[in-house]
Write a protein that binds this ligand. Structure first.
Ligand code: SF4
Length: 321
């Protein structure tokens, strides 16, 4: 449904060109959850912004239902904007501080003529607030963002997205700024929306435990320095990570999860320094840090992303067998 083909994003800076995303292929299928996982700066958000047409790729294309978003006319672009909704990391920054909840959630309803008058806008807004578990909904209608907690503000942002009856929700670290208990509660709400409404998700997170929780029946794509290095069904990637970088991510961040903790201690990085995107090493981008580094191929040839059994992998060594 939502497809990135060879999508690239290069930023021009005083220090040189920064290839933030270097040719990514991804498909978000109907009703599917696709999680993009990786460290800060790996290109997850840049990829998500291209997928939402909030920025244009410098090369490659973004397709929605087979149509190139870049060549859509005004009407098609408006329909795309309605169908693909973006939920930001920081709900406080994404909500207008001088608008009430009713004004924020109902603005799109009125703009797209999904309601005929204010009375219907109020009724639909109440339904949406109940759907995201802000109850009693009437108590929230006249509140401003500063009168709510971070979790409540993020639920308003989700209600605003749902008002557009989207086919795809792009959730960019949407739970990462919340306390753990509130994060789990919001993830449960998003999971119910995913199951009840059949909305597809492109879910961005740096936390593999969150990815596992939210996308167990979906797929995970692991990004490193602007490229996908491992992509496959969530249970396989989480329980049997094959790329050394995925193994390092799991062993570094997921200790409390007993399944993920099984791989802890397995990975010893050769270096903790992330290479500079303006001065990438030759060969595999991960080779200065990789515990499986093999002289002769890892530092001379960039590994392509190829199918290896149940997943896609970019590694000379683990795809040999
Ligand atoms: Fe490590 Fe070599 Fe694989 Fe890169 S190609 S991840 S350096 S083993």
């Amino acid at each position: 449904m939502l497809t990135l083909r060879g999508a690239q994003q290069v930023f021009r800076t005083a220090r040189g060109d920064v290839p933030a995303v270097a040719g990514v292929d991804l498909d978000v299928r109907p009703g599917q959850v696709l999680c993009l996982v990786g460290e800060s700066g790996c290109g997850k958000t840049t990829t998500a912004r291209m997928a939402a047409a909030l920025s244009s790729p410098t090369a490659g294309e973004v397709l929605f239902r087979g149509r190139d978003v870049a060549t859509m006319d005004r009407g098609e672009r408006a329909a795309f904007r309605r169908s693909v909704q973006y939920i930001h990391q920081d709900p406080y920054a994404s909500l207008n501080p001088v608008r009430t909840v009713f004004s924020t959630v109902s603005a799109g309803l009125r703009r797209h003529k999904l309601v005929k008058d204010r009375h219907e806008a109020r009724r639909v807004t109440i339904e949406l607030l109940e759907r995201v578990e802000l109850t009693p909904a009437e108590d929230y209608l006249d509140k401003y963002p500063h009168q709510m907690s971070g979790g409540q503000r993020q639920r308003v942002a989700v209600a605003r997205a749902l008002a557009m009856e989207p086919e795809v929700i792009i959730a960019d670290e949407s739970t990462s700024m919340l306390d753990v208990s509130i994060r789990v509660s919001l993830l449960n709400t998003l999971g119910r929306l995913r199951d009840d409404l059949g909305v597809s998700f492109l879910f961005i997170t740096h936390d593999l435990a969150v990815a596992k929780y939210f996308a167990w029946r979906g797929e995970i794509a692991v990004m490193y320095l602007g490229k996908v290095v491992e992509h496959g069904p969530t249970p396989q990637v989480v329980n049997d990570p094959r790329h050394p970088y995925t193994q390092a991510l799991i062993s570094a961040v997921c200790e409390p999860d007993p399944d993920l903790a099984r791989t802890k201690e397995r990975v010893r990085l050769r270096s903790s320094d992330i290479p500079d995107l303006t001065d990438l090493p030759p060969g595999c981008d991960f080779h200065p840090r990789c515990p499986l580094y093999a002289e002769g191929s890892c530092d001379t040839e960039r590994p392509p992303l190829v199918r290896s059994h149940d997943r896609l992998l970019a590694c000379h060594v683990v795809t040999r067998g």
